[in-house]
Design a protein around this ligand. Structure first.
Ligand SMILES: [Mg+2]
Length: 304
């Protein structure tokens, strides 16, 4: 199982590195400027996805639990190093307050933001921390708190809670359909004002879809698009092939590949990530050690 934990985090990071140079480009722009992308092109060119996910991971393993205030403090302390953030996260962190941790997210929401994929990229360490926890209320509580730091909308909360449970269920070896049903169950644990019933529809419409069938409008950086990609990726068995298909679509290539990388990493294990791809991430050994600590913490939540 530890191999799957490491696969989720390293799969995520190599996805970010693979997609980062092509973020914001269209499929045609990539094709005419670079031809077909056949693998990572630049070492350590990760973005906000890796940086913010790592800050959540650091906080959990240092505190031995998830604490939203500590995570927010880390975001603010590292704000200059976090590059590539979306508009929601930008406005939320610019208006954040440690004494009122929901303030930044509410300001961003009042400006009309809260639909980007920021909270999805920060969810994997929290999902892994609760991997063996039978108490789903604790998973929902922590994922909700993380989401609300920046994205104070029902769409973001419902999508991130469902994605987190979906990731756990795929990691446990469940099929895509059964993982969706497990994720759907968690809606009952979300406070009514934070439920968006459109999100289960996005899941259902994405079932049985092949990643090749993505359209250009579906690879732009919105949380519903990224949810769709996570479901489509979960059917695949080929880590590298799937991420290459995805990166060549362009759009929000770094986050799309990071999320698909986490899903396939937890499904297939770290051994299915090409070794030459891992060499593009010089923080791989450091991350591996941190994930081993996270695994031990997760095991302590196993029912006795
Ligand atoms: Mg990014």
């Amino acid at each position: 199982m530890k191999d799957k934990f490491i696969g989720a985090i390293l799969g995520f990071v190599v996805g970010d590195i693979l997609g980062a140079p092509f973020e914001g480009m269209s499929q045609e722009e990539i094709r005419s400027a670079h031809g077909y992308i056949k693998g990572p092109v630049k070492a350590d060119c990760y973005t906000d996805d890796t940086i913010m996910m790592s800050l959540v991971l650091d906080s959990i393993i240092e505190l031995g639990k998830y604490d939203p205030r500590d995570v927010l403090r880390r975001y603010l302390e590292n704000i200059d190093k976090i590059h590539g953030i979306g508009m929601t996260t930008y406005y939320a962190l610019s208006n954040a307050s440690i004494s009122d941790i929901h303030k930044g997210g509410k300001v961003a929401r009042d400006l009309g933001y809260g639909y980007g994929n920021g909270p999805l990229m920060r969810a994997p360490p929290i999902a892994l921390y609760h991997f063996f926890n039978q108490n789903d209320e604790e998973l929902v509580r922590d994922v909700m708190e993380e989401t609300l730091l920046t994205h104070y909308t029902p769409t973001a909360v419902t999508a991130t809670v469902m994605f987190s449970k979906f990731l756990i269920s795929i990691g446990r070896g469940l099929s895509t359909e059964d993982s969706y049903l497990e994720a759907l169950d968690l809606i009952n644990l979300i406070p009514e004002e934070f439920i968006d019933y459109e999100i289960p529809k996005v899941f259902e419409e994405s079932l049985n879809r092949n990643i090749e069938s993505l359209e250009q409008r579906e690879v732009r950086g919105y949380i519903k698009n990224t949810i769709r990609i996570s479901i489509m990726a979960s059917y695949e068995e080929d880590f590298a092939g799937t991420l290459l298909t995805l990166v060549n679509f362009g759009g929000d290539a770094d986050t799309n590949c990071a999320i698909a990388g986490a899903v396939l990493g937890i499904k297939l294990g770290v051994s299915e990530i090409p070794e030459e791809w891992l060499e593009y991430a010089s923080l791989r050994d450091d991350l591996r050690k941190k994930v081993e600590k996270l695994y031990e913490l997760a095991c302590s939540k196993k029912p006795s």
